[in-house]
Design a protein around this ligand. Structure first.
Ligand code: NAP
Length: 284
């Protein structure tokens, strides 16, 4: 019988811890932890994400600073704003909601976020530190996966882990985190041969592909822990993951559902990174 990993329950327990850490910070330093969120344009999905991030801040006692720039904002305007936030004493974390409109050079904008305020964990320096297994701000989604595995008491040391997907924001940092936790890690991608055979060897299988129900029961080892990062729509428009949940679940020891698995942890990890960034900055 499989155990469902309840991302909503983990997330809400963690938010209580974050709230209490944010309150301690305020008592100690006389101000709130601050997160700046920058949205360029009116992409509806991005608007929802930004709203949820601001709501998460309100829930945990983090002060949010929201900046909405029009879709035709110039590169210099966006860069100027990020530079101001970079030097602001009240802002501990800066998040530029991606994707930005096509005429904006996202890499140039992100490079202006100082490493200590890079609460998304996307900058080269934080990614490099992750590879070196040094303390850093870690990308929220893979960090959330690790926290759920940890909270479930799932042992990773010596386990065979397979990560399907190698994006800079999910697959690569996920693989590094698992490696740093002493798992033996294989990373797969669209050019991988024998994907089914490789996945079938995984004790821990993480799917971060972006293809609805792509991981089927014949790709899963009996007793595997299956983590589904994917967020897709099936042919009826219903939200679903990269894993064929119904087909796979009975082979698993643990499995995350979609929705209600990895998703709820992502914003929670952003809030956690923001408090962590604030504490580190003040200690300096
Ligand atoms: P991405 O940048 O599009 O990367 C997808 C990865 O999957 C790529 O590395 C790609 O390989 C690989 N891939 C695609 N088709 C494949 C196939 N047939 N076999 C093996 N590998 C294949 O996507 P992402 O940003 O990492 O996101 C992945 C999924 O997670 C999406 O569904 C996204 O919506 C979801 N997501 C969820 C959260 C959350 O909070 N729950 C956060 C972020 C992302 P190549 O590198 O060879 O192209």
């Amino acid at each position: 019988m499989y155990k469902l990993i309840d991302g909503r329950a983990h997330s809400s327990a963690m938010r209580e811890e974050i709230k209490s850490a944010a309150l301690d910070f305020k008592e100690k330093f006389g101000r709130n932890v601050g997160l700046a969120v920058v949205l360029v344009g009116e992409d509806p999905a991005s608007q929802v994400y930004v709203r949820n991030k601001i709501k998460g801040c309100e829930e945990t006692g983090i002060k949010s600073f929201a900046y909405y720039l029009p879709a035709d904002a110039e590169q210099s305007q966006v860069e100027e704003l990020v530079k101001q936030l970079a030097s602001s004493g009240e802002v501990d974390g800066i998040l530029v909601q991606l994707p930005v409109p096509a005429h904006i050079d996202a890499t140039a904008v992100l490079s202006l976020i100082p490493v200590e305020k890079d609460v998304d964990g996307f900058c080269e320096s934080n990614m490099g530190s992750l590879c070196m297994n040094e303390p850093c701000l870690v990308a929220c989604t893979p960090n959330g996966v690790m926290r759920m595995l940890e909270r479930e008491g799932i042992e990773l040391k010596g386990k065979r882990a397979v990560v399907v997907g190698r994006s800079n924001i999910v697959g690569k940092p996920m693989a590094m985190l698992l490696l740093n936790a002493d798992a033996t890690v294989t990373v797969c991608h669209s050019k991988t041969r024998d994907l089914k055979d490789i996945c079938s060897e995984a004790d821990i299988l993480v799917a971060a592909i972006g293809r609805a129900k792509y991981i089927t029961a014949d790709m899963v080892k009996w007793g595997a822990v299956v983590v589904d990062v994917g967020m897709n729509r099936d042919k009826n428009g219903k939200l679903c993951g990269d894993v064929d949940f119904e087909g796979v679940k009975d082979k698993c020891s643990y499995i995350t559902p979609v929705p209600g698995g990895v998703g709820p942890m992502t914003i929670t990890m952003l809030l956690s990174n923001t408090v962590q960034a604030a504490c580190r900055r003040m200690q300096k």
